[in-house]
Design a protein around this ligand. Structure first.
Ligand code: FAD
Length: 505
């Protein structure tokens, strides 16, 4: 046992994009608050937020077909697409504010413009894509989207994917230039550097083992120094559990009633990465296809140009799979350990309902490299096995809870769970994930600091001009935000990137 004991206003558990974002927001809103971060690994952004562990898509529903569902009457429901797009605009505004204020630098190191495309084959799918395009392109948030079912145009857009393709059924794609590739790992590290430079105490290699309420209403954390094994006690008025897949066990330890009857279902991921620079050079886009029947929505295959360590790379996947770990660096007992008396029925119900999904995920894990190459060849017909390696991606722990749809329902979104008095909050789930971090952390702030929100609103509006405003109802504002964030973040191909750098040099 160590004697180390501290008292903070805010403790953030985990050094991923969520804690980085909440810490950065609070630093602007309450600069004098004492903030401490505990992270069990040696550096920031090493789990799901790491650039090799996620797909780096700036999710704004420009190409992800699972965000636009066909209704029984044949029309396309775009409400989810609108929500995700608006949330991504919030993220871009906050990142722009940080760059404009010199709090982070060189946006090119974490965000790049990249066309987003959706591609489908077969008559039914082409008809769906066309309808989706017609519905979205009437909406100012999706301005600039193009549709084509002409193989020549598709060859211009995605030459690598069209070379050697047998065109025995209709094919079509949509394309929009305003898509982005985001290096969430680099962004997370930048945000933690900024926090460190502004008196936030960041303790790496410190594992939070337990969380308990003290008699005076604070939260006391039992924290273990991973190197020395020494146990420390730290207290705070407010705790954010941003442990990624590790959040559920910590929420359970807090004992708050809101954390009961909730379970987690881990889904692992795997990417194929191209090792041939000549192939990498032939593709410049994120191209999403349609999920296979039985596949979970987050395992929609996509072929992505990525910019990692300032180098152009090509990744395909993620292939979903099953592993009982809640974190990539987690334990094989994570899933079992999360089953508690209060959630066992919920978990059993989910287990019974999701046998086909579990079977599908286990089958996916057992795929050979050649079987994965066959899936890749649906995107790149001439792909050669020797040009591709596999990399293990991050774990996603999907929330299981009892809903109106039934006991033990698997959720595919993110959920903020907070105590009624707002003294503790946890983020569960992983989709759409990092792209919507700013909106989700604003939700935490709204839920947990209602007494401050009125006073903070002017500052929030300065950082995020669209805060509290429906972009959809304000097309002018969409235009302004697109132009200003593109300028600051270097997202407009027509704007020289030096312009973006001039603002921070
Ligand atoms: C395969 C895959 C593809 C994805 N693709 C995209 C995408 O294209 N676009 C997108 O926007 N999002 C994507 N996501 C989702 C996105 O990566 C996550 O939503 C996001 O990174 C979660 O951030 P986080 O901060 O909550 O968690 P993490 O980044 O996982 O960070 C949690 C941190 O908490 C630490 N921790 C956990 N338990 C403890 C403890 N007890 N004590 C101390 N520290 C602890 C962990 O070590 C870790 O560093 C993807 C995710 C995966 C897995």
């Amino acid at each position: 046992m160590s004697n180390e004991q501290t008292r903070a206003d805010v403790i953030l558990i985990g050094a991923g994009i969520m804690s980085a974002t909440l810490g950065s927001l609070l630093k602007q809103l309450a600069p004098d608050w004492k903030i401490t971060v505990f992270e069990k690994l040696a550096s920031a952004g090493e789990e799901s937020s790491n650039e090799w562990n996620n797909a780096g898509t700036g999710h704004s529903a420009l190409c992800e077909l699972n965000y636009t569902v066909e209704k029984p009457d044949g029309s396309i429901d775009i409400s989810k697409a609108i929500k995700i797009n608006e949330e991504y605009q919030v993220s871009k505004q906050f990142w722009s504010y940080l760059v404009d204020s010199n709090l982070i630098r060189n946006p090119r190191d974490f965000i790049r413009p990249l066309p987003h495309l959706s591609i489908v084959q077969g008559e039914k799918n082409v008809a769906f894509l066309k309808k989706r395009f017609e519905t979205l392109s009437n909406n100012p948030l999706f301005h600039g989207m193009e549709f084509s079912d002409d193989p020549e145009t598709l060859t211009e857009w995605i030459p690598l994917m069209m070379k050697g393709r047998t065109l025995n059924e209709p094919i079509a794609a949509t394309r929009i230039e305003s898509g982005t590739d985001v290096n969430f790992g680099a962004l997370t590290r930048m945000l933690f550097d900024h926090l460190k430079n502004n008196n936030v105490d960041i303790k790496f290699k410190h594992n939070v083992d337990d969380i308990k309420r003290t008699s005076d209403g604070l939260w006391e954390l039992k924290v273990r120094n991973v190197d020395s094994g020494a146990v420390e006690r730290h207290t705070a008025k407010f705790v954010f559990i941003g442990g990624g897949g590790g959040s559920l066990p910590l929420l359970q330890k807090s004992g708050i009633p809101e954390g009961k009857h909730i379970g987690g279902f881990p889904v692992s991921g795997l990417f194929m990465v191209c090792n041939n620079p000549e192939v990498v050079a032939q593709h410049h886009a994120k191209v999403y296809g349609k999920a296979k029947v039985g596949a979970p929505p987050m395992s929609v295959p996509h072929l992505d140009t990525r910019f990692i360590d300032n180098k152009k790379t090509l990744l395909f996947g993620p292939f979903a799979g099953f592993s009982p770990k809640f974190l990539k660096n987690g334990s094989m007992f994570d899933l079992l350990g999360s089953v508690k008396p209060n959630n066992v029925l919920t978990m059993l119900a989910a287990g019974a309902k999701n046998v086909p999904l579990t079977k599908y995920l286990i089958q996916q894990v057992l795929l050979s490299k050649e079987q994965r190459m066959e899936e890749l060849r649906e995107f790149i017909p001439n792909a050669k096995s020797e040009d591709w390696d596999t990399v293990v991606a991050g774990q996603r722990v999907q929330v299981i809870k009892d809903t109106a749809a039934g006991k033990g329902t698997l959720q595919f979104g993110t959920e903020v769970i907070s105590a009624a008095d707002g003294s503790i909050a946890a983020l569960l789930g992983a989709s759409p994930g990092a792209s919507t971090a700013v909106s989700v952390m604003l939700e935490v702030i709204k839920k947990c600091f209602p007494q401050h929100i009125k006073a903070w609103e002017p500052q929030i509006k300065e950082m995020i001009p669209s805060y509290g405003v429906s972009l959809l109802k304000n097309p002018e504002l969409i235009h302004e935000i697109h132009a200003s964030t593109a300028r600051t973040l270097g997202l407009s191909e027509s704007l020289p990137l030096q312009m973006a750098h001039q603002t921070v040099s």
